[in-house]
Write a protein that binds this ligand. Structure first.
Ligand code: 13P
Length: 359
């Protein structure tokens, strides 16, 4: 294992004010998002959409790494250039999602276990050969009556740690993603309690499996009230709860934390990340960045609508959301950041019409 190379890659992934772009939706998830907008659910449509993303001019100004899916990492631009080359040429580090999805956890109604460890050593070697420098594995924890259970937390934490150890053996930086889901009536305090318990279990297992913390990136959820909770805290309250929880549970040796967006509106995700960096930058031992899928891609997908003619406008929208998240990393995001980009993005797009909240 080349320890220094892993540390260097991990540092590069969260260097400066950039973050990651998750474009690793599995085919079923990508198809589901396409179906909502009447976009054909074909391999060619998925390829064209990913070409739109990787050829967005200037994306490398804000994005340090892009997480690809098995189908995508093998695809090419229309002109024959492999996506991996297009990404690398744009100054973006290619990564790959390596779990094979969350399945029902036996004996635990309503809970899931992520699969994909079988044959992972060989798959990691292949992805490394294709140019990937980091890999991602997502575990999900549903909130509800008596869940997540200890059994679910321990099983998923153990798999995350075994995956991370295999990644480092293969020279790939693991992006460890334990996601406490937003669905439910639970309050902010309950999400904080569960997120802390999950993170503590994950780091215990990472330690047991001898994973080098300096060579990994953590991708957690923000600490949020459930979507159906009547009390929705302010942006500042969410920022405080999230950073407090992370300071308790994430060792200082970890170089960076990159949030998933989990279905938050793009503007809200940017505002919350911004508040964390404004209020806590001096106290945090790790970089606090983003690894959003929906919170960066959503407006672009809506504008594109499967039509080539919409590609430039969609790319502008993608560029804009990536730029907003760089501003959030700097603690400089506000309504003016949003307006600056909107002037060049066609209006009439639902996600751009939502109120901008910086509080
Ligand atoms: P969202 O930002 O849409 O939650 O996606 C992030 C991700 O990588 C999910 O695994």
């Amino acid at each position: 294992m080349n320890t220094q190379a892993l540390i260097d890659t991990a540092k590069m992934m969260v260097a400066g004010d950039k973050g990651l772009l998750a474009m690793d939706e599995s085919n079923p998830t990508c198809n589901k998002r396409f179906a909502k907008w009447g976009i054909p659910q074909t391999e060619e449509a998925r390829r064209a959409y990913r070409e739109l993303i990787v050829t967005t001019p200037g994306l490398g100004e804000f994005i340090s790494g892009a997480i690809l899916y098995d189908e995508t990492i093998q695809q090419k631009k229309k002109d024959g250039t492999p996506f991996v080359k297009a990404i690398t040429d744009a100054g973006i580090i290619p990564g790959i999602k390596v779990d094979t999805g969350a399945k029902v956890l036996a004996g635990h109604p309503g809970e899931k276990i992520t699969e994909g460890l079988d044959g992972l050593r060989d798959r990691l070697a292949e992805y490394s050969e294709m140019g990937a420098r980091f890999a991602k594995w997502r575990a999900v924890f549903a909130m509800g009556d008596g869940i997540p259970s200890r059994g679910c937390i321990e099983a998923n934490a153990n798999e995350l740690a075994r995956y991370a150890a295999l990644c480092q053996e293969a020279g790939l930086v693991p992006v460890v993603e334990p996601e406490v889901l937003m669905e439910g009536e639970h309050g902010l305090a309950q999400c904080s309690e569960v997120t802390e318990e999950v993170l503590r279990a994950v780091f215990n297992h990472l330690y047991s499996q001898r994973v080098m913390l300096e060579g990994l990136i953590l991708k957690p959820n923000m600490v949020l009230p459930g979507l159906a909770c009547p009390k929705q805290e302010t942006v500042d309250e969410v920022a405080d709860a999230t950073v407090k929880c992370l300071l308790r549970a994430v060792p200082a040796a970890v170089p960076g934390i990159v949030f998933l967006s989990g279905g938050q509106a793009g503007e809200l995700a940017s505002a919350r990340l911004n508040a964390m960096n404004v209020r806590f930058k001096a106290q945090m031992p790790w970089a606090l960045a983003f690894s959003f899928a929906r919170a960066i891609q959503q407006p672009a997908l809506e504008i594109w609508h499967g039509e080539e003619i919409n590609m430039p406008a969609a790319q502008k929208a993608l560029y804009h959301r990536a730029m907003c998240n760089r501003a959030a990393r700097r603690g400089e995001y506000n309504g003016a950041t949003e307006r600056a980009g909107r002037e060049s993005v066609p209006m009439g797009v639902s996600s751009l019409k939502r109120a901008v909240s910086t509080r």
